[in-house]
Write a protein that binds this ligand. Structure first.
Ligand SMILES: *Cc1c(COP(=O)(O)O)cnc(C)c1O
Length: 496
């Protein structure tokens, strides 16, 4: 299996090359040239397997230049010890045929761990095949959860350095504390004055700057990316859509072959794109429902075909979805385009120049045949947390609450009763202020740990130890810089 670029489809590279390099030279994203197809028997065979075994079967379809031993060792390293739930990604029934796929039992309590516990292994395996002993420098822009998950994944991994930039006012207090207290000898963390898109644009600029690249080369270093533009971030996420479907068969909710819906709380379009790949591979899917917060650029796009990033940026209670430029949408557009990379390059050129683009009616039709979209504001999000807890004794984090709200509206307006999996992306204990408000309770204090205690005492839901043990920890990284200073920070952190 080979990979090409969304902006240059004459390119053909291996998965190791795509993962080690992160982004293609001309700025495009790596995509598989042919999406592998699986049979009903393949899906049936997943039912009795553990998560690690399911991961091995799905990943080996994409990482054809990896040996079976590498895939075995990499998946074992990623999922055998870091997750507190034996099923890694358990499926929980909420009510009727509505289910929650909990993706936050990893070390940082958000779904980013599903990919970022595996990526360092994939990347070091890839680098062995392609990068001749260079030190890999991972640059990350984060809206909160990626940064911490990447830091945990790469901490003290030989041959790697990791530097994380986050918007100083765009992450939750818990997310900030998780990052600024990060341990490890190869890590760096820095806040920037700006929003997530500023951080992401800054990282992309440094990444593609030939002068910086040359400077790194002269030190025997090379950049790679742990953002969801890296194929090594996306491919692990395909696994849990198959895993959820297998668990639906196992619980008797569906028969193999029955279609289901997935509702995904979406920011950069990575998570829901992984669901799209799963569907293209043959997973029986009815609709992929894209849920956004007030930054509803994707809702408008899926409903009208016009992507317009020139709009007010909202800081919401679901900060990991506060994104106006959803990078992974580029991959979907490429796959749906008959004209391939020329059309993709043109549309994303327009996005950069004019801040917007509109897809053809033909492409919009293809998008709407698979995707449905909705959005919800903070007030509705908090209300959904309260209502879901009262009705089903299940505690949602704000990101998952956006998905639940959007799904409920979808179900009401369409009458669609297809069995559904709502993807849950974070532990509620990462976002206690909004959770408490949603429950209509107060901690009587703005201290993060008092709020955790208050949620525990109101709901009886245990808080993850990984979060409670941060109490009293002293921040190691306290630097805040202008977005124009990011390049200087990178060079100084690398000591070059
Ligand atoms: C990153 C994140 C999202 C958005 O996922 P994308 O892949 O960027 O669409 C949603 N919820 C949480 C908690 C996240 O950390």
């Amino acid at each position: 299996m080979n990979y090409t670029s969304t902006r240059n489809d004459s390119l053909s590279v291996s998965s190791a090359y795509a993962i080690a390099n992160g982004i293609s030279e001309e700025g495009g994203l790596f995509v598989p040239t042919d999406i592998p197809e699986v049979s009903a028997e393949f899906i049936e065979s997943l039912v009795p397997l553990t998560y690690i075994e399911r991961a091995r079967k799905v990943l080996s379809l994409y990482l054809t230049d990896f040996t079976a031993e590498e895939i075995d060792a990499d998946t074992f390293g990623a999922y055998s010890t870091g997750f507190t739930h034996e099923k890694v990604a358990p499926l929980v029934n909420l009510h009727g045929n509505t289910n929650i796929l909990e993706l936050w039992h990893g070390p940082t309590c958000a779904f980013k761990d599903m990919a970022l516990q595996l990526l360092p292994y994939l990347l070091t395996s890839s680098a062995k095949k392609t990068a001749d002993g260079k030190e890999i420098v991972i640059l990350v822009a984060t809206s909160g959860d990626t940064g911490k998950a990447a830091l945990e994944g790469f901490k003290d991994v030989d041959g790697t350095r990791i530097l994380v930039f986050y918007p100083s006012d765009g992450v939750s207090a818990m997310q900030k504390l998780q990052m600024t207290t990060q341990q490890g000898k190869n890590v760096g963390v820095c806040a920037i004055k700006g929003n997530f898109d500023d951080a992401q644009t800054g990282v992309k600029t440094i990444f593609t700057d030939p002068a910086v690249k040359a400077k790194l080369l002269s030190e025997n270093m090379a950049f790679s990316s742990a953002n969801s533009i890296n194929w090594g971030r996306l491919v692990p996420q395909i696994v849990y859509y198959f895993s959820a479907y297998a668990d639906m068969i196992a619980s008797g909710q569906i028969k193999n072959g029955d279609k289901i819906n997935f509702t995904v709380p979406t920011g950069n379009f990575g998570n829901i794109l992984a669901a799209y790949y799963a569907m293209k591979m043959g997973l029986p899917v009815n609709k992929l429902i894209c849920a956004s917060n007030e930054n509803n650029v994707l809702t408008e796009f899926i409903n009208t075909g016009r992507y317009n990033r020139v709009r007010q940026f909202h800081t919401t209670v679901s900060p990991s979805m506060d994104i106006l430029v959803s990078s992974n949408l580029e991959r979907l557009i490429f796959h749906l385009s008959d004209k391939g990379s020329a059309e993709t390059a043109e549309l994303f050129g327009k996005l950069k120049e004019d801040g917007e683009y509109t897809v053809s009616a033909d492409m919009l039709g293809k998008i709407q045949s698979v995707f449905s979209a909705g959005c919800c504001n903070d007030c509705e999000t908090k209300k959904t947390i309260g209502e879901t807890f009262s009705a089903h004794n299940y505690l949602l984090d704000p990101h998952t609450a956006v998905a639940v709200k959007v799904y409920n509206s979808y179900k009401e307006s369409t009458g669609d009763t297809t069995p559904t999996v709502i993807v849950s992306t974070a532990s509620p204990y990462k976002f206690t202020p909004a959770v408490l408000e949603g429950l209509g309770k107060s901690a009587g204090s703005s201290d993060e740990f008092d709020m955790i205690d208050a949620v525990v005492s109101h709901t009886g839901v245990p808080a993850p130890k990984k979060l409670t043990e941060l109490k009293g920890a002293t921040p190691r990284f306290t630097q805040t810089v202008e977005k124009t200073e990011m390049e200087a920070v990178v060079l100084s952190m690398l000591g070059i």
